[in-house]
Design a binder for this molecule. Structure first.
Ligand code: CLF
Ligand code: SF4
Length: 494
């Protein structure tokens, strides 16, 4: 029998909010965050999506921020070759256009990939999207990529197909992408000015010829624009990824945002350059730095001022990623393991699980609507760090968190801002002092941490740093609202 889905996603929330060791919420030790956390995303100013569009993205964890709390994706690494050279890649690792640099995925044949998908579709029925994102460029390996899609479409038609490409060969394949019902395509576009492109791409290989310098960057740019236009004409949803490279394209990406928006992109995902010297990339070896989180957020906020949706929940996954965006279950499904497993794909069971999740989402949306307010006066903005293992809930122990989800809250609403990775505090039953210091540093600008449980020791240390601990198990926005109201009362009470 197919096992039930990860219980974390379908847990029933209990109504309980405990602010442990209530300190003065206006603790002067805490960094001032009101008004300076810089989130200028104004969702209410954006045009609402129509129902058809909502249906297209509602189970895609990358295209819908809300969906990423509930639904998982998986990647299969079937595409080893690449046709361009990016200065942040050295081909020893997964394609850095869609993946975290420094990660090597296990290469599969299309048949092995299809087997893996059918295994995981049974074990993780909330997995709704299959993406091909490397380890090279999927469209530099069209036979393997499309063969994999064909096998999945035939055997598991409820799984959405997704691919990510550098765009060089995209115009040649849009018809086939459309015919295979691939509804989501990502292009990595780092420039719309080939002069800037020369600092990012030393060469491209196109029509069996190798181009360098300005000519290479111009070809790539023209092909990317052609591909974007063709996707629009074919009514395929396009997300654009851009790697932010300080001093090279950071000031240029606002223009990229404008251009891709005018050309029909649905979503823009600006990712930080990761250029560790040990990865051996050109940028890593020449000391090119990546952006700080503050610089990244400032650029995302600037671009989000337009009508364009800005993706902020990207986790720069692996080319063989499995699970919710914030979790990495790829090691549970290495080739030696999944080839021993029987495919448990069952469309009916999956449908039941999805219906349960959808019911839960409706209930949560009602709760979120209840706690949303229209404040009569301007209220301070604060940041909160949330420990969650999915389902839209505060439902994770402080010591088990490997990342915090950051929300910005004011008198009106709680808005998702970003994720921040941390080292897990609790290791084998006890916590490390040095790890805790790092965790506190990471969330130093937050007023409180919302967790299902926290031990006395970390709670005291957080309190000394001006961060309150809130124990709760409920919808994130509701817990955030309740904390905020108490915070405001304390502020107003002097
Ligand atoms: Fe994969 Fe990419 Fe499709 Fe998502 S990932 S191919 S659109 S299914 Fe998502 Fe991962 Fe970020 Fe990519 S979090 S790296 S944006
Ligand atoms: Fe590397 Fe991807 Fe760039 Fe190819 S497109 S060079 S695999 S980062």
């Amino acid at each position: 029998m197919t096992p039930p889905p990860d219980s974390a996603l379908l847990d029933t929330p209990v109504k309980d909010l405990t602010i442990t060791k209530s300190t003065d919420p206006a603790n002067p030790k805490a960094k001032k965050s009101g008004g300076n956390c810089g989130c200028s995303t104004n969702e209410s100013a954006k045009p609402a999506l129509d129902q058809k569009m909502m249906d297209r993205i509602s189970k895609h964890p990358c295209y819908s921020e809300e969906a990423h709390h509930h639904y998982a994706r998986m990647h299969v690494a079937v595409a080893p070759a690449c046709n361009i050279q990016c200065n942040y890649c050295n081909r020893k690792y997964d394609c850095a256009n869609e993946s975290r640099p420094g990660v090597v995925s296990e290469l599969l044949t299309p048949e092995e990939a299809a087997h893996k998908v059918l295994v995981i579709a049974g074990k993780i029925p909330q997995m709704t999207v299959l993406g091909i994102a490397g380890p090279g460029d999927p469209l530099a390996n069209p036979d393997k990529t499309f063969r994999t899609f064909e096998l999945i479409a035939d055997k598991a038609p409820d799984i959405k197909l997704c691919l990510s490409t550098n765009g060089l060969m995209l115009p040649n394949h849009v018809d086939r992408i459309k015919a295979l019902n691939v509804d989501h395509v990502t292009i990595t576009i780092n420039m719309v000015d080939p002069e800037i492109g020369t600092k990012i791409y030393p060469w491209v290989r196109y029509n069996r010829k190798r181009y360098t310098g300005l000519e290479a960057a111009r070809i790539l740019h023209e092909r990317q624009m052609e591909g974007l236009q063709a996707l629009k004409e074919a009514d395929i949803l396009c997300k654009v990824n851009s790697v932010m490279i300080p001093g090279i394209n950071d000031e240029h990406l606002a223009e990229v945002d404008q251009v891709i928006r005018q050309n029909g992109a649905f979503l823009h995902n600006i990712m930080p350059l990761i250029s560790a010297p040990e990865h051996g990339t050109h940028f890593g070896l020449t000391g090119q730095r990546g952006p700080t989180s503050k610089e990244l957020k400032a650029l995302q906020d600037k671009c989000a001022d337009s009508n364009m949706k800005m993706m902020r929940h990207c986790r720069q996954c692996r080319a063989d990623a499995v699970g919710l965006l914030g979790e990495d279950r790829s090691q549970e499904f290495t080739k030696d393991k999944f080839m021993e497993m029987e495919p448990e794909y069952n469309a009916t069971v999956r449908q039941v699980v999805h219906s349960t999740i959808e019911q839960r989402r409706i209930e949560q949306q009602a709760i979120k609507a209840q706690v949303k307010k229209a404040p009569a006066v301007e209220t301070p903005k604060i940041l909160l760090a949330v420990a969650t293992k999915g389902g839209g809930l505060v439902n994770q122990h402080f010591g088990h968190a490997k990342e915090f989800t950051i929300y910005e809250v004011d008198g009106s609403e709680a808005r998702f801002v970003t994720h921040r990775k941390i080292d897990q505090y609790c290791q084998g039953g006890y916590g490390e002092e040095a790890t805790l210091e790092g965790v506190i540093k990471t969330i130093a600008d937050c007023k409180a941490v919302l967790v299902s449980k926290i031990g006395d020791c970390p709670q005291k240390e957080l309190e000394m740093a001006g961060i309150q601990s809130v124990e709760a198990y409920d919808v994130i926005e509701k817990v955030a609202r309740e904390y905020y109201d108490q915070y405001l009362q304390t502020l107003q009470g002097g």
